[in-house]
Ligand binder design. Structure first.
Ligand SMILES: C[S@@+](CC[C@H](N)C(=O)[O-])C[C@H]1O[C@@H](n2cnc3c(N)ncnc32)[C@H](O)[C@@H]1O
Length: 322
């Protein structure tokens, strides 16, 4: 099961994945970079940011997230670090603007822990859950104008089938889309539980190790939050904005996303813009997977920004991200 779709439903806090590996990835940032910032673009509940601030007392972090509720929780958790941490709301596609507004210059590190937090999954009212009934919403950023119910109730049967297949990897996507369109003609879907039941019935129950609605819910969440587009924006922003020698760390939970990150970094490494450190993705060991099932499908890719003199470009000292 993709960790991003694994629902624990036990109300426990979000445990940051691959903590030791994330801390080690940023360990090469020298103490003399103490005026620079690391951007945690998925600050979420502040787990990784807290770890980095505590491990490296010279680091400053700009924590960004599109979810205002997550930011509020992170603010409380990170209060003790005072001015070493700033928190801002924004999406990956808005990151360059946020960094410019905060006047942090070119960041010396960027972390993306992509996906959904346990808090988002566990709070039924956010509508991500097929285990706890809630409004069919799934917006990480509540100011987005299209909740999941709009897609479910308005898209054509063939578009829904394509979405479930391409974004969720659901092989029986056509069968589910047909059943959904028939059912919504009687009453629109406004809650998560009826949709999860419909999918389970369309698939004839079963589904093996995972809930039968896992893939459909993943596909809807990805569409609602435009996760594919946002990931590309994240990678391009890192490519444009990271300072010389800066660290890029990306954690993904989904093979399609990891493939995207891998393709991007391999191309950037071929062009001499990034060095992969290491070449292969880092994964959780058995002990972490046992303690935190979300970690099972987590992959961390780390790369270092090749210095501008090696790239044959000039980095503007104290420059801002364009
Ligand atoms: C897996 S959680 C991060 C958890 C965090 N690393 C921690 O240790 O607490 C992912 C977070 O990224 C945020 N997120 C996902 N996509 C985003 C995007 N495109 N722009 C901004 N934030 C995003 C989500 O709202 C969520 O809070």
């Amino acid at each position: 099961m993709d960790a991003e779709t694994a629902e624990r439903g036990d109300g426990s806090v979000h445990i940051p994945v691959l903590s030791a590996q994330v801390a080690a990835a940023f360990g090469c940032i020298p103490e003399r970079a103490r005026t620079s910032y690391v951007v945690d673009a998925t600050v979420g509940l502040g787990g990784h940011t807290e770890l980095l601030l505590a491990t490296y007392p010279w680091l400053n972090i700009l924590g960004v997230d599109q979810d205002p509720e997550a930011l509020e929780r992170a603010r409380t958790r990170l209060e003790r670090f005072g001015s070493r941490v700033r928190l801002c709301r924004g999406r990956f596609s808005e990151l360059a603007r946020v960094m410019r507004q905060q006047q942090i210059g070119m960041p010396i590190g960027m972390l993306f822990d992509i996906g959904v937090s346990s808090m988002q999954l566990d709070v039924a009212e956010r509508g991500f859950s097929f285990q706890h009934d809630g409004p069919l919403d799934m917006r990480m950023d509540p100011s987005r104008d299209r909740p999941a119910s709009d897609i479910v109730n308005q898209w054509d049967e063939s578009d829904l089938a394509d979405l479930f297949f391409h974004e969720g990897g659901e092989k029986q996507s056509r069968k589910i889309a047909r059943a959904l369109v028939e059912a919504r003609a009687r009453a629109p879907f406004m809650r998560t539980a009826p949709l999860a039941d419909l999918v389970a019935r369309a698939l004839g129950g079963g589904g093996g190790r995972i809930h039968p609605a896992t893939r459909v819910f993943q596909a809807l969440r990805r569409a609602v939050n435009e996760e594919g587009e946002e990931l590309l924006a994240a990678l391009h922003t890192a490519d444009h904005c990271l300072a010389d020698g800066g660290v890029l760390a990306v954690i993904s939970f989904h093979s399609g996303e990891d493939g995207e990150v891998k393709r991007f970094l391999n191309a950037a490494a071929r062009d001499g813009r990034f060095k992969l450190t290491p070449r292969k993705p880092l994964e959780a060991d058995q002990a972490e997977c046992r303690a935190n099932p979300r970690a099972r499908s987590a992959k961390l890719r780390v790369a270092e920004r090749v210095r501008s003199e090696v790239r044959g470009e000039t980095e503007i000292e104290g420059g801002e991200c364009e």
